[in-house]
Design a protein around this ligand. Sequence first.
Ligand code: SF4
Length: 335
Amino acid sequence: MQEFAFELALCARLEEPERVVGRQLGAAVHGRRVADVCLVEPGPEFEDRAAITAETIPPLAIESAVGPGTARSVTDAFDCHPDRARAIAERAVELGYFERERAGSSTAVRATVRYPDDWFDSLVGIENKPDLDRPGDLRDQLRIDASLGVFDEVILATETYVTGAHLNRLPDAVGVWRFDPETGEREVVREPEPLDTDGPGIELLDREPGRAEVRPVTADEKRRQRRRIAERAYGKGWRTYEPPDCERCVPGDAEPVAFADAGLPWCAWGDEIVRPVADCGPTCPGYEPVDGDADTDEDGEPPVADSDAVRARRSAWEPDPAGVDRRQAGLDRFL
Ligand code: SF4
């Protein structure tokens, strides 16, 4: 099975009503590491975060000097180019995290609410490598995660039978799961060790024979990166594909049956999860264009699987939050 299909099946298996799952998220502080899957376990302020917006709040808006107190000039409150600061502030206003206030001839912004830092409790990073006999950069990837410590736990998920030799090549802190995407069964081969997310870390940036480039990472940088990962996972989720316009894509036929409500891009012709952007289209021998006369909605468009509705039903993500009570947020300034 291709890594994409393995990854989607694993996301479907791990998604739960009390959790948020994201995939393909930047996990580096200074480097380029991208985590395959991240599990975000809610913390005590999860509902406060969910009430703000269903989307990712721009990290630079959260990290700016704009708070729920006195309105601040955008250009003064952001540590970036003024044009960028204005674009980010505009997006934060659209999302309801900032509100505008006139300040003489210029515009100032104020946060509508205190950002709830404790909205997530833990982050679990998962690296997928269905075939351990073709490990690629696996060892370095897991070393980066283990020594950096932006995740509370790091896990390798594979379809391969895991031997002692495989385990010996991995950092001790990395847990190992054996996952069968065709049955949804998951075996814990080795439990992960908790990583030190509160202290500083070391990030491996590059490696060549006989030479490794590393960079220290402070506790503050890690805290910021953890919040960025959690925000991105919350806004992005894991269903980042567009369903193909093919009659034979039938998410409800997905196997095992437990995945039938997960909104997977399941091809009933090939009996497998497909990658629509690469596998689907008129050149596929099984392609059957969606019939414009049948099963259309009131605008005559083919019905599109509502992945937001599926995500809302199967996870802790809130697609349509009530928004922040601005009057209350305004009063908070005086408390
Ligand atoms: S285009 Fe081909 S691979 Fe894609 S859903 Fe249709 S039959 Fe399956």
